[in-house]
Design a protein around this ligand. Structure first.
Ligand code: SF4
Ligand code: SF4
Length: 479
């Protein structure tokens, strides 16, 4: 700031203190880049968006294939229906995601950030729209410097219109994972969305528009916690995007035909393309910086320059700290990927995945909760029979009806009083059944006696099929 300001009593001008706290954002105009890694990034953009936008429209068993129905507290994922009791699977999924992140980061740094993170993916799409409407880097810079005109207003309106349309569609799709998307579509078309649906569509759209359209690298630099602790997961064998100073320096411009080695120059022609294509606006030649999201755009940009100059590619490349110092060959770098730390992460990850898959495979789609009615323990202390009343909540997590039969054992002469069996439990629903258990006092010990309820659930459409069986423990109490 040029305006002179008064000093504070301590002698520090207030603006100086202000500037130290808040860095003024310089707008970044990333240049379009083509190459191997740009193709990979676009492949991930297409794949992730195909999954995100397409999944809610898939149908399975006459219902939405993937639906997180918060109102009825059931999560439908293709053939599986998860209930609140299945929260353990969500925990396992989060552990798997965390371990995958550790593993990929240990192997190749910020792979997730550079290729698959939603912030990267949406920024890439928003930048593509921006280029489509306003042109590449130079055209955009010129446009921004021009005073407002009808042409400029038209371009800006078109860009923001497309951004807002995409953001709204993203918000709509997001809510479509929680409200049946066909219903939501009809509600949107007739302007009859509920308050919560309206809020979340607009909120998610606003977040997408703000993060990918306006804030972009600011989110990665200042908001994302992963950028802050990623260095903890790096080691000297982690693949990172690196500029080779031994090869590149001293940098300097030159004509293609010049014998630059005779002039004492390195391979870097100091064209600045690596900085111009960088979405966070940093210069990778200054070394690894926390702002680097590992998108590899600078590799593609520099390789194009190397091609034009007729130099070997790879002045900026994936390498490791040790490889740069020790001049490792590619084979040696690749061998170091399989170091103990990576092998341990991989082994743990596979163990968790296999255990989770086996548990999921062996999961019985019938759950039973037994609650003893404490107000109905017995008739009287002199009665020869002891009676306890229980409430059995039977949850049928499959999308077929089940005919349930309940039996009890655990004491000689034990009997069950229950409504006529079998009891029909509708698909993906639960039913509470009250039962009375009676046992001769003489066959019980004082206090609490362990008994078992056996619940068998048959498929009425396939009477010959083996029923599902669940055994639940309970206590028969004598005061
Ligand atoms: S320095 Fe290279 S890899 Fe890092 S963010 Fe910039 S362009 Fe991407
Ligand atoms: S793109 Fe390559 S040649 Fe150009 S400045 Fe960057 S490192 Fe040097």
């Amino acid at each position: 700031m040029d305006t002179p300001v008064k000093s504070t009593p301590s002698g520090t001008p207030p603006e100086v203190a202000e500037q130290a706290l808040y860095e003024v954002r310089k707008k970044i105009y990333p240049r379009a880049v083509h190459g191997k890694f740009a193709a990979w990034r676009w492949a991930f953009v297409l794949l992730t968006q195909l999954v995100f936008y397409g999944t809610p429209w898939l149908v399975w068993n006459d219902r939405q294939a993937v639906l997180f129905d918060l109102v009825s507290r059931k999560f439908y994922i293709f053939g599986l229906v998860f209930w609140p009791q299945d929260i353990v699977y969500l925990t396992v999924l989060l552990i798997i995601c965390a371990y995958s992140l550790f593993l990929f980061t240990a192997v190749a740094g910020r792979l997730w950030c550079g290729f698959a993170c939603p912030q990267t993916v949406y920024t890439e799409i928003f930048m593509w729209i921006e280029r489509l409407v306003e042109g590449d880097r130079l055209a955009r810079m010129k446009l921004d410097q021009k005073p407002m005109s009808g042409h400029k207003l038209g371009l800006k309106a078109a860009k923001h219109g497309l951004w807002i349309a995409l953001a709204l569609w993203t918000g709509f799709t997001f809510v479509g994972y929680f409200t049946p998307i066909h219903v939501l579509w009809n509600e949107v078309m007739t302007l009859h969305t509920g308050p919560w649906e309206t809020f979340w569509v607009l909120f998610y759209a606003f977040a997408t528009y703000g993060n990918a359209g306006w804030m972009r690298e600011q989110v990665c630099k200042y908001m994302c916690p992963y950028a802050r602790f990623q260095s903890v997961m790096f080691d000297p064998d982690t693949l990172i995007i690196t500029y080779d100073p031994e090869r590149g320096e001293p940098r300097g411009s030159r004509a293609k035909s010049v014998d630059y080695k005779a002039k004492g120059l390195g391979d870097c022609v100091d064209c600045g393309i690596c900085v111009q294509v960088c979405p966070t606006g940093i210069d990778i030649r200054k070394g690894l910086q926390y702002e680097c999201i590992g998108c590899a755009a600078c590799i593609d940009g520099c390789n194009q320059v190397m091609d034009k100059m007729g130099y070997p590619k790879g002045l900026i490349r994936y390498s490791t700290e040790k490889a740069m110092q020790g001049h490792y060959s590619t084979e040696r770098i690749l061998k170091r990927i399989f170091r103990p730390r990576v092998l341990v992460y991989t082994a743990i990850l596979w163990l968790i995945i296999i255990a989770a898959a086996m548990t999921l495979y062996a999961r019985v789609p019938l759950k039973v909760d037994v609650i003893r009615d404490r107000g109905n323990v017995m008739h009287g202390s002199d009665d020869p029979e002891v009676q306890n009343v229980y409430r059995l909540q039977i949850m049928n997590t499959q999308e077929i009806p089940r005919d349930v039969r309940i039996a009890v054992d655990g004491a000689e002469g034990i009997k069950l009083e229950i409504e006529p069996q079998p009891i029909r439990v509708a698909p993906t629903s639960s039913r509470v059944v009250a039962v009375r258990v009676e046992a001769p006092r003489a066959s019980l010990k004082p206090g609490s006696n362990r008994i078992h309820f056996t619940i068998e659930a048959a498929d009425p459409a396939h009477p010959g099929a083996a029923p599902l069986t669940v055994v639940e423990k309970a206590a028969l109490v004598i005061p």
